[in-house]
Structure formats: C-alpha cells, structure tokens
Ligand binder design. Structure first.
Ligand code: GRF
Length: 220
C-alpha cells in the first residue's frame, strides 16, 4: 500500500528563459519528490521558457499583461488561471511583474520566490551590479515566501556564493545562478512536504526535519 502523501500541485510563474523553472521541473521528475509541476504560466507570450516547458508535456499558459487594462484585471486573470490548473503552491521563477497585495494575500503562505541575493540585502533589480559596486565579498540567493512588499517574506533557504575581484556582472550572475539551480529544488521539496513552521514572519524547520541544517555553497 502506498502511504506517501499526495504530491503538491505546483504552478510556476516565469517571464523569460526559465532556467530555474527547468531545475524545478527536472527535480520534480524524481518519484519521491513531494511536488508535481502542473503548469507553467508567463506574462510574456515570447518567454523562451514556455517553449521548453511545452516540449516537456507541461501545460503552459500565456497571459500577456499588455492585453489587460489594469494590474488588478491581470492579477484576477492570473489567479483564475492558477485555480483552474488546481495549483496548491505557486513558485515564482524569474517572474518580472509586481503583484497586487490582493493576489499575494490570496496565495498567503502558498507562494514562493527566488531572488539572486542574500535577502534582506540587495532587494530589487540589477542585484549583481549593486553587489559589485558595494564591494561585498559574499553574495548568494534566497528562496522566500512571497509577501506584498517586493522581495520580502519568510526566508526558507539561502545559498552563499563568493564574490571575486575579477568578477563582472555576467560572471557573478552565472555563479549565483548555479547556486539557484541547486537551492530552489531543495527548498521547494521541503516546502511542499510541509517541513516548515512559519511564526511571526520567520520560517523554521520543523524539529524532525533531517535537512534542517541545509546550507548550500556551490563549488567554484
Ligand atoms: C534569476 O536570477 C532569479 O533569481 C531572478 O530572475 C532570474 C531568472 O532567471 N528572480 P531564469 O529565468 O530562471 O533563468
């Protein structure tokens, strides 16, 4: 008899190439992964990640935000699309669109995101340029639960990445992206398996969580 919990239904939101989406899809192919990717949605019809996802046999939905008269209307359509595919968790992966507080609240503690810095440092865009300009020696990436304010919310996991004197924006971005591809699938797995308690806006691993010491640093 199979007593494993049913896999959580995950929808992924992208806006571009979707390399993080690919890492989640590939991880979710493992029989014991606690989530299945049921759809990939994009606000940009030309997002190259959509083609890849479609080729994997995953349902893809393109909602061109330019076709909506307001952010509220777009978010309503996005919410309905997520409900229609039966999503239980929404994973943002390079989704370059601010959401209305209403949409975020509808998915309270059910929507996660990856950001290419060690939050709460370097929120927002052009992260790696600002990291280099600030001269920090360690950067990284963060997976967090989504809250209405951009790049905030309980932190689920982080990976540290060194910054070298010779780094350009592109070289650093590539090093951080390698860490993102390792971190996001592991954290989504723990989140889908309900291994976190979220109290007072801080996420803690549950006591019996064997992966509770998770700390990722990619080899460079
Ligand atoms: C990643 O660096 C992610 O952290 C950020 O946007 C980028 C998306 O890259 N939010 P990709 O589309 O997953 O390749």
């Amino acid at each position: 008899m199979n007593t494993a919990a049913p896999k959580k239904r995950v929808a992924i939101l992208i806006s571009g190439r979707g390399s993080n989406m690919m890492s989640l899809v590939q991880a979710a192919c493992a029989p014991d992964y606690p989530a299945e990717i049921v759809a990939v949605l994009s606000n940009r019809p030309k997002a190259t990640g959509l083609i890849w996802a479609r080729d994997q046999g995953i349902e893809t939905i393109s909602l061109d935000h330019q076709g909506f008269e307001s952010r509220v209307c777009f978010d309503q359509a996005l919410h309905e699309a997520l409900e229609a595919v039966g999503a239980e968790i929404v994973a943002c992966a390079g989704f370059m669109r601010l959401m209305t507080p209403k949409l975020v609240k509808r998915w309270h503690n059910r929507m996660v995101n990856i950001h290419p810095s060690l939050l709460p440092a370097f929120k927002g865009l052009n992260t790696h340029d600002r990291v280099l300009a600030a001269g920090v020696r360690i950067t990284g990436c963060t997976v967090h639960v989504v809250r209405p304010e951009m790049d905030t919310g309980p932190i689920l996991g982080q990976a540290a990445v060194p910054v070298f004197n010779s780094d350009t924006t592109e070289v650093l971005a590539e090093r951080v992206l390698t860490a993102e591809h390792r971190l996001y699938p592991q954290i989504l797995s723990l989140f889908a398996a309900e291994r976190y308690d979220i109290n007072q806006e801080v996420a803690h691993f549950k006591e019996d969580c064997a992966d509770g010491s998770i700390l990722l640093s990619p080899k460079v």
